[in-house]
Design a protein around this ligand. Structure first.
Ligand code: FE2
Length: 150
């Protein structure tokens, strides 16, 4: 039946999320993909981010690409609760989340945990943390902040 929608029954079983992003991240590591041209902004620390939530007043959703060896600085999200997950692409490696405590206005290391692809990490309001990609491969993460960060 032709309902005007193009279909390709041979590809019905293809998991495009597993296929396409793995290819994209390989291209990122070999500098073949221009993230800025795709709407990503580059940070001083070398990772790329894009706001997907279009200034929605209720929450903020951000896609981040961490090239190998990049990481954030220690930071908190003010009064926001955040949920983060690594988007799994084939053999996506883990990231490291370092936790910090604050004493007299200074940050001190307070343990770390491993973030695994497909799992959710919760960062509580005013919790200080940092994310590092110690791998050679790039890693993509999705972050939701409720409410929006200021
Ligand atoms: Fe954060």
């Amino acid at each position: 039946m032709n309902n005007g929608i193009a279909t390709d029954s041979k590809n019905d079983s293809v998991d495009f999320l597993e296929y396409l992003p793995e290819k994209s991240l390989d291209n990122l590591n070999s500098q073949e993909i221009d993230l800025m041209n795709l709407g990503f902004l580059k940070t001083k620390q070398g990772y790329f981010y894009q706001d997907l939530s279009a200034n929605n007043p209720l929450f903020e959703m951000v896609l981040i690409i961490w090239p190998g060896g990049t990481g954030s600085q220690a930071h908190d999200h003010g009064n926001c609760l955040s949920l983060s997950t690594i988007i799994p692409f084939g053999q996506t490696p883990n990231l490291t989340a370092k936790l910090h405590k604050i004493f007299q206005g200074q940050f001190f290391p307070d343990g770390e945990k491993t973030l695994k692809p497909g799992e959710f990490d919760v960062v509580l309001p005013f919790q200080v943390h940092e994310i590092d990609n110690p791998n050679q491969e790039a890693v993509m993460t999705l972050h939701v902040y409720i409410p929006r960060r200021k």
